[in-house]
Structures are given as structure tokens and as C-alpha cells.
Design a protein around this ligand. Sequence first.
Ligand SMILES: O=C(O)CCC(=O)C(=O)O
Ligand SMILES: [Mn+2]
Length: 200
Amino acid sequence: MSREKRKEQMDGPTQTVQKNGLCLRVWNDVLNVPFSVIHGEVKDDLQKSVVKIFGKEYKTSRTMCSFGDEGVSYKFNGNVHEARPYGQCITSIKNVVEELVGCKFNFCLVNHYTNGSEGIGPHRDNEPGLDPNSPIVSVSFGAARDFVFKRKGYQNYAMLLQHGMVVSMDPPTNELWKHTLPMRANCNDARINLTFRKMN
Ligand SMILES: O=C(O)CCC(=O)C(=O)O
Ligand SMILES: [Mn+2]
């Protein structure tokens, strides 16, 4: 990436959203990491996770793994994800993200969706230890997918998450709004999402 392009990105987000507690900063096409490179770094660590729905346990169709500073772990749906050390590619992405957003992160959750038959239902990131005062930053690679924010009594807010896009979900977004990656029958390609988080 040219110095001019990088400087332009460091000057500010491509788009900001500020309404009804939905506070987003969006940088388009800010990371020129090929899908194959990020996939190559995480593929051996990806595993299905177990979720509990009405007391019954199911395996997720998407696969996940996590990376973080030494000693950091993350509870997700009752599963403890021990953070593995960041690889080279995630380290370089983390450095760019921290510079863009202006915060430091100590944990990165990775989700891999094989195609549009895999998604994630409406939820808040409300796992114990997650710092409520820190942004949660989503970075997308591969297939473009719709991403929808929902809050009772308000109109949904939908956006398309495209390869190389960085979205900072700033407080109080995660407190007030749920987010979901709906299934899409017409999507045949894989997608990887990284979310950078701060755990206390
Ligand atoms: O894949 C995405 O864009 C969202 C992932 C997500 O919301 C999560 O892991 O909590
Ligand atoms: Mn989430």
C-alpha cells in the first residue's frame, strides 16, 4: 500500500454512524491481506464450538479459534477459549487496527464461515471479562456478507461487510444493539472474521 493511501486512511474512517446508541467507524478496503494468507495462518486451529440453546448443546456449523496476549482467555457460550500466541499475519493486522482505532487490544476471536449456510444469530458480545468501555473491532476477509444491527423499538441497521473492511463497534453499541450475520443461500464462498477485543 502506498504511503499516501495509508496516510489517507489514518486521517479518519471512510464512514461513521452515530444514531440511537449505534456508534460505528468503518474503514473500507484498509487491509490488503489475501484470504489465502489469513486462512493459512488460522486453518489448523479452527474448531467447531458448542452452544447451549434451551439447555441443549449443539455444535456450531462455523468454526472458531482465538489468539491473545499470554494468560488471556475468553468465555464464549460456556466454553473457555485459551488464547494462543498471535501469528505473523494477525500481529500485522492488529498493529494496523490499533493505529486506526486508537486503542490496544489483547484478544482476537476468529470465525470461519464455509459459505452462506453458516452464520451467527442475533447476540451481544457479553462474555465475562469483556471490557465494556473498549471498542470491539471487526475485520473481514473473503466473501462479502450482510451484517445487521438490531435494537427493540428501532429500525434495523444493515451493512455489507466486504474483504479488507474494518468496523469499530464503539461503546455503547454492544450494550444497546444486537448484531447478526444472517445465513445467505446465494453465497458460495468462505469468509473469515477477526474481532479484536479487550479483556480485563
Ligand atoms: O463474523 C462476524 O462478522 C461476527 C462475529 C461475531 O459477532 C462474534 O464472534 O461474536
Ligand atoms: Mn458478536
